[in-house]
Ligand binder design. Structure first.
Ligand SMILES: Nc1ncnc2c1ncn2[C@@H]1O[C@H](COP(=O)(O)OP(=O)(O)OP(=O)(O)O)[C@@H](O)[C@H]1O
Length: 251
């Protein structure tokens, strides 16, 4: 379980995130929404202990800042927006890096069980058949799926995703989110994702948290949070009216 209490964090002594309190139960999918710059990525970075924070962030009753790096890697994995850094690795090798947290030393070779987990992760994201390709030869969407497979291979208790679908076509967006939902439900894990597409939020989340200027302005089911008036106040446009107009065009 993840429990966040009185959380404040930011950069250069300026708080971006202010007084956040949430509890996420095992098996739950939480979506974080809110306009550009409201602090969504900053919140994820604090949960992954990448930036310092004030208050409490506890995974299984232990403060994330008190886990050592390797231990924390078995608890939480952050998949960020795609980085443009390309290492000279194959897809398989890149995904194998996800098993590092479980190796006894950097000199240990990968075990039979590790191999099975890596191949299973590649299968899940549909990259098994091209696992020996160099990652420098991949499209943005394929690369995103490599990072996701590495996250699955890491098998943490909590996966944090920062706009995981931004490079994916619609089929892969839906498949990815379906994988994540069943991964969380079947294994009693937690998925916390920043999503901009409110249709996907509506479809895949158990709970939604809406941020505005670093504070929680709404927290609950998608039905409770994605209310027309609340969205208008935070985003400054009538999103529901726009969505309904678009849907009518499909008729
Ligand atoms: N490394 C950093 N140093 C200083 N300020 C930063 C840093 N990263 C982000 N910020 C600032 O913190 C604020 C929140 O940024 P953050 O990336 O968390 O927002 P976001 O809600 O994820 O935005 P977006 O939807 O555009 O991705 C912004 O004002 C941003 O400029």
């Amino acid at each position: 379980m993840l429990e966040i209490k009185n959380l404040y964090c930011g950069y250069d002594e300026v708080d971006i995130i202010k007084n956040i309190n949430i509890k996420v139960e095992k098996g739950e999918n939480l979506c974080i929404i809110g306009p550009n710059g409201c602090g969504k990525s900053t919140l994820l970075k604090s949960i992954a202990n990448i930036i310092e924070y004030k208050g409490n962030i506890k995974i299984d009753n232990k403060e994330v800042s008190s886990y050592n790096r390797k231990e924390l890697a078995t608890k939480v994995a952050l998949m960020s927006q795609i980085s443009q850094i390309y290492f000279p690795y194959t897809i398989y090798e890149s995904v194998a890096l996800g098993r590092y947290a479980y190796s006894k030393s950097v000199f240990n070779s990968i075990s039979g069980e590790d191999k099975e987990i890596i191949l299973d992760s590649l299968e899940k994201v549909g990259l098994y058949d091209i696992k020996d390709k160099m990652i420098s030869e991949l499209s943005g969407g394929q690369l995103q799926r490599v990072f996701l497979a590495r996250t699955f291979a890491q098998n943490p208790d909590i996966i944090l995703l920062d706009e995981p679908t931004n490079h994916l076509d619609l089929k892969h967006q839906i498949e990815l989110l379906q994988h994540l939902v069943s991964w969380a439900r079947d294994n009693e894990k937690i998925v916390i994702g920043v999503l901009h597409d409110l249709n996907l939020v509506q479809y895949f989340s158990d709970k939604v948290i809406m941020l505005s200027d670093g504070e929680v302005v709404s927290y609950g089911s998608a039905k409770e949070v994605l209310e027309s008036e609340k969205l208008k106040n935070v985003y400054g446009i009538d999103i529901k009216k726009f969505m309904v107009e678009v849907l009518e065009k499909w008729q």
